[in-house]
Ligand binder design. Structure first.
Ligand code: 8Y7
Length: 276
């Protein structure tokens, strides 16, 4: 069976893969402190692995519009113990960060992917990952998290996002990074209206064909799901599964989700029924 290189691991190439979201933001642990946050994060990771996650995506800073920015030292204190604890868990681990200092430490900790919502545009980001073999997710974001949802506008969202991703692929390749390490992501919700998000979801296959890089998609619980279902964030499970299946039908190889077990089941039925 053919396999996709992914850091220290090889991933199945005959089906879509599920990336489980692991938030390590101790906002709700002000009483229990950092050990409670670590404990909770690790049991959540274990649960997602039991549920069939192919990858765990660890994040120490919320990217919601208006969420507080976290200094690198604090983000490092949150995520590094988790990365080391998951190092030999057998499941590939990704780190969601745009900070080069975090990228360097994560590479030393043996992380399998750096998932950068800023597409390695920070000074020093490319250098931080160049001499490793971890996978790299290049995501499109218009502007920055604090202001990205203030009237996002494009002449042609698919053309513009594709052009952005092409420029980032070429820049990383010119810096000596093997293209086989790269993943693209249109960045659902990152400076996009509902219409922009669905135009990008429909265009997934076209972007993969044009750029020759596999696609990662994250729609789980996002406002684009709420916009069509009318449901608040805690009621978006079924809508999110619909979105994940649509992303896979449109060419995504990895779906980034909160609800791992449910998405794994949906994709099993999807693959059984479509033979894809
Ligand atoms: C995405 C992401 C978030 C996404 C990639 C949320 C960190 C917002 N969304 N990374 N991160 N793609 N690659 O709702 O869509 O999960 S944070």
């Amino acid at each position: 069976m053919s396999r996709i290189p992914f850091g220290r691991h090889l991933l199945a190439a005959n089906r879509a893969l599920v990336m489980g979201i692991l938030n390590v933001t101790p906002d709700s642990f002000s009483d229990g402190g950092k050990f409670a946050a670590l404990d909770y994060a690790l049991s959540h990771a274990e649960q997602m692995i039991r549920d069939g996650a192919d990858i765990i995506d660890v994040g120490g800073e919320s990217t919601r519009p208006g969420a507080p920015l976290v200094p690198a030292e604090e983000e490092l204190r949150r995520v590094l113990p988790v990365l080391y604890a998951l190092r030999e868990c057998g499941t590939p681990v990704s780190l969601d960060t745009y900070k080069p200092a975090l990228m360097k430490e994560a590479v030393l900790a043996g992380v399998d992917m750096i998932n950068d919502i800023n597409a390695f545009r920070a000074p020093g980001a490319i250098e931080a990952v160049r001499d490793s073999d971890c996978a790299l997710c290049i995501m499109h974001m218009l502007d920055k998290p604090a202001t990205m949802q203030d009237k996002p506008a494009y002449d042609d969202v698919v053309l513009e996002v594709t052009a952005f991703l092409r420029e980032r692929i070429d820049t990383l390749a010119a810096a000596g990074i093997d293209r086989r390490r790269l993943w693209i992501d249109p960045g659902f919700g990152f400076g996009k209206t509902v219409e922009h998000n669905y135009a990008l979801l429909k265009a997934g296959r076209r972007m993969v064909d044009e750029l020759g890089v596999p696609l990662l998609a994250g729609v789980s619980r996002k406002s684009m799901i709420g916009a069509v279902t009318g449901k608040p964030v805690e009621g978006r499970l079924a809508g999110s599964i619909g979105g994940a299946l649509a992303a896979v039908a449109n060419g995504a190889r990895i779906v980034r989700v909160h609800d791992v077990g449910e998405t794994v089941d949906a994709l099993k039925v999807w693959h059984a029924a479509t033979g894809n």
